[in-house]
Design a protein around this ligand. Structure first.
Ligand SMILES: NC(=O)c1ccc[n+]([C@@H]2O[C@H](COP(=O)([O-])OP(=O)(O)OC[C@H]3O[C@@H](n4cnc5c(N)ncnc54)[C@H](O)[C@@H]3O)[C@@H](O)[C@H]2O)c1
Length: 346
């Protein structure tokens, strides 16, 4: 699978590094508007995990400044979109129409209408569309996804999910609904997608929260399902203090087990405050062995799934455009609910 990566920022770099470890996939082209990065100087790239950017030897890789030129490169089979969210829909639609498969970072798009157009274009063109919802490939989340699909611990009953960032002051357009979309579309969308994957599509949402301009800054959401006994909640958003730059976690209840997990970055130190524990009906707690804890392993597993699916000519049940579109629909309904201060049907 010959890959062309669009956008060499934090995620473009993480994807590039993950492809280097992937058999059956090769980066043959890059597109970036910043000439310094395109020439291989990635030292200005920095994210909230993983390595800092370095000087790269990009010889043998085609380099483009314009997206259209990379999309029309006949050597490229798959366009991997790591652009800011505002560029996802137009680039993906052009690439699909040009006969390329597309792997696009989350969120699929900023609006439900654009997300629907992307899914429809993939269907019409017969090409595969994958959206980079990496969370189900992170070991603690992968473990409970497996618990749910195997039915080993019975039916899913309820869940509470948390994902909070300190105000990312270095991201200029974070709260702009037309560029990044704020904490709901940037951050909570990971949990919205995971909730959709585990529990199915909610039929209504109720969100209360603080607004910052047009987007929700911090919120609590309740997700309602056809089965009224299924109870799912989520807390997410940005806090103003920098002392805890990030936290995520969950408590998920099955008929015969409860899964609990909590991760924090406090004063720049990452701590898995509560490694995944599975509490079972016999009163015991299992602590599954979950590997190195390196977040890059999740991206490698995600890219392995894309490579496998392209080889087999089949969509992914986890990275599908449909699920990613549903996650955007949910996030936008949650914003509507917070603005109207009432329950909103999905
Ligand atoms: N899965 C995750 O955990 C995760 C983490 C971070 C970011 N992301 C997602 O990845 C995507 C990119 O985020 P990022 O943090 O890497 O952004 P970034 O700003 O670091 O990088 C974007 C890059 O795209 C380039 N670019 C923008 N428009 C372009 C154009 N028209 N042509 C060529 N190059 C162009 C920019 O110059 C920049 O280098 C976003 O959708 C974000 O939500 C996902």
């Amino acid at each position: 699978m010959n890959v062309g990566i669009a956008g060499i920022g934090f995620m473009g770099m993480i994807h590039y590094l993950s492809y280097q470890k992937q058999r059956g996939a090769k980066v043959v082209a890059l597109c970036e508007q910043d000439k310094t990065r395109l020439a291989g100087d990635w030292t200005s790239i920095k994210g909230n995990f993983g390595p800092r950017g370095e000087m790269m030897d990009l010889s043998g890789i085609a380099k483009y400044e314009r997206l259209e030129d990379m999309i029309s490169d006949p050597k490229v089979d798959l366009i991997d979109i790591c652009l800011p969210p505002a560029g996802h829909a137009s680039t993906a639609i052009k690439a699909l129409k040009a006969g390329k498969h597309v792997f696009c970072e989350k969120p699929i798009a900023l609006t439900s209408a654009d997300a629907k157009k992307m899914v429809a274009t993939a269907e019409e063109s017969g090409r595969l569309l994958f959206i980079g919802h990496v969370l189900p490939f992170f070991p603690a989340y992968a473990f409970i996804h497996k618990m749910a699909t195997s039915k080993k611990y019975g039916r899913l009953l309820s869940g509470n999910f948390k994902r909070i960032t300190a105000d990312p002051q270095w991201l200029k357009h974070y709260y702009d609904p037309n560029v990044i979309g704020g904490p709901l579309l940037d951050l909570h969308i990971h949990d919205a997608h995971f909730i959709r994957l585990l529990f199915g599509m909610p039929n209504a949402v109720f969100t209360t929260g603080r607004m910052k301009g047009e987007v929700v800054e911090f919120f609590n959401s309740l997700f309602l399902f056809d089965d009224p006994s299924v109870s799912v909640t989520a807390t997410s958003g940005a806090i103003r203090q920098q002392g805890r730059s990030f936290t995520s976690g969950f408590e998920v209840h099955f008929e015969k087990a409860t899964a609990i997990y909590d991760f924090n970055v406090i004063a720049d130190r990452a701590e898995t405050s509560l490694p995944l524990a599975i509490l079972t009906n016999d009163g015991k707690a299992q602590r599954p062995e979950l590997g190195s804890g390196d977040p890059l392993d999740g991206f490698s597993a995600e890219i392995a799934e894309v490579t496998r699916c392209v080889k087999a000519g089949k969509p992914s049940s986890i990275l599908s455009g449909d699920l990613a579109r549903d996650a955007v629909v949910l996030c936008n309904k949650q914003t509507e609910s917070a603005k109207k201060a009432r329950l909103v049907k999905v």
